[in-house]
Ligand binder design. Structure first.
Ligand code: NI
Length: 173
C-alpha cells in the first residue's frame, strides 16, 4: 500500500467529471487500498478518487463512529442517488482538498443510493445521518463539485481568504 498525494484547490483536476469504473481488476483493488491508507493518514473520513488525481467514479468512506481505532471501511463505486428527502440536515463539512477550512453545508437528510462495492456487487439502500452527508460530499467530487460551491459567495470568499492566509503563513514559517 502507499500514501498518495492529495490534490488541493484550485487544482483544475478537482473540476473533472469522473467516468464510471468498468473493470474490477487488481489495479482497482490496489487503488482502493491506497485510497484508504491515504485517507487514514490524512486523517479524513472520506476520499474520492479524483482527490488523488484518478478521474474514476470511486470513493471511500470510514466514519469511525464506533470506537476510536475501530475501522469500518466502505467503498462506493459508480454511486447514484435518487429520492432525496425534503427534510434537510446541516453539517459542518471539511475537505482534504481544502485543508483546515470548515463550513456549514445544507443537504437532504437522506437519499436512496445505488452503488457497487469493491467486488462489483450491487447495493441499493436508503442512507441517512452522517453517512448521507459524507456520501453526498464525496459524490459531488465525482462531478467536479467541492463543498465551498454550496456556500454563499460571501462565505466562500471568506473561507478562501483564510485558506490563502494559512498557506502564506505555512510558506513563511
Ligand atoms: Ni472533499
Amino acid at each position: 500500500m502507499a500514501i498518495l498525494p492529495i490534490i488541493e484547490i484550485p487544482d483544475p483536476r478537482l473540476r473533472t467529471i469522473s467516468t464510471p469504473v468498468e473493470t474490477f481488476d487488481d489495479a482497482l483493488q490496489r487503488l482502493i487500498d491506497d485510497m484508504f491508507e491515504t485517507m487514514y493518514d490524512a486523517p479524513g473520513i472520506g476520499l474520492a478518487a479524483i482527490q488523488v488525481g484518478v478521474a474514476k467514479r470511486l470513493l471511500v468512506i470510514d466514519l469511525q463512529e464506533e470506537e476510536e481505532g475501530v475501522k469500518n471501511p466502505r467503498v462506493f463505486i459508480n454511486p447514484e442517488f435518487s429520492e432525496p428527502s425534503e427534510d434537510e440536515n446541516v453539517y459542518q463539512e471539511g475537505c482534504l482538498s481544502i485543508p483546515d477550512q470548515y463550513a456549514d453545508v445544507v443537504r437532504p437528510r437522506s437519499i436512496r443510493a445505488k452503488w457497487l462495492d469493491r467486488d462489483g456487487a450491487a447495493h441499493d439502500e436508503r442512507i441517512d445521518g452522517l453517512l448521507a452527508t459524507a456520501l453526498q460530499h464525496e459524490v459531488d467530487h465525482l462531478d467536479g463539485i467541492v463543498f465551498t460551491d454550496h456556500l454563499s459567495r460571501m462565505k466562500r470568499d471568506m473561507l478562501l481568504k483564510k485558506l490563502e492566509k494559512m498557506r502564506r503563513q505555512k510558506h513563511a514559517a
